[in-house]
Write a new protein. Sequence first.
Length: 151
Amino acid sequence: MHEKYHYVECGLDDVYLVNGFVRKKSRRGTSIAIRDIDTLHRAIGRHLCLDKKDLNGKEIRFLRRELLMSQSTLAHLLDVSEQTIHRWETGKASMSRAAEAWLRFMYMERSESFIKDQLKHIADLEDELAHRREMTFELMAEKEGEWKLAA
């Protein structure tokens, strides 16, 4: 059995990989090559967003960085100061539930088109309902007991 790899390079303390990585040895020492790192980061972000526990500072920073946002941009979107973002990310203050919900929502929408897909599904259902026709049947006079779709 292979040894798990403690993936601290993502900025989080509790991420371990059981596979999907290769240890490479060179004259400078051992390095790690991770396959499909973008997909791995999306999986980490998705887990953070769907997990019920409050986000800690490192998790807030991870999601912000995955969104390719500066502290300033996130502060503007959440209507807080840049210093507030810094305090959340360093664990000096707790993120409000509303701000945390928005951060999770923004991440899920950007990474998975979560809302876009749900809205498309609703629109498709509405289209399907709108295109359903009324089915009107009539009893045929010339053949007793036989129904047909009315014109």
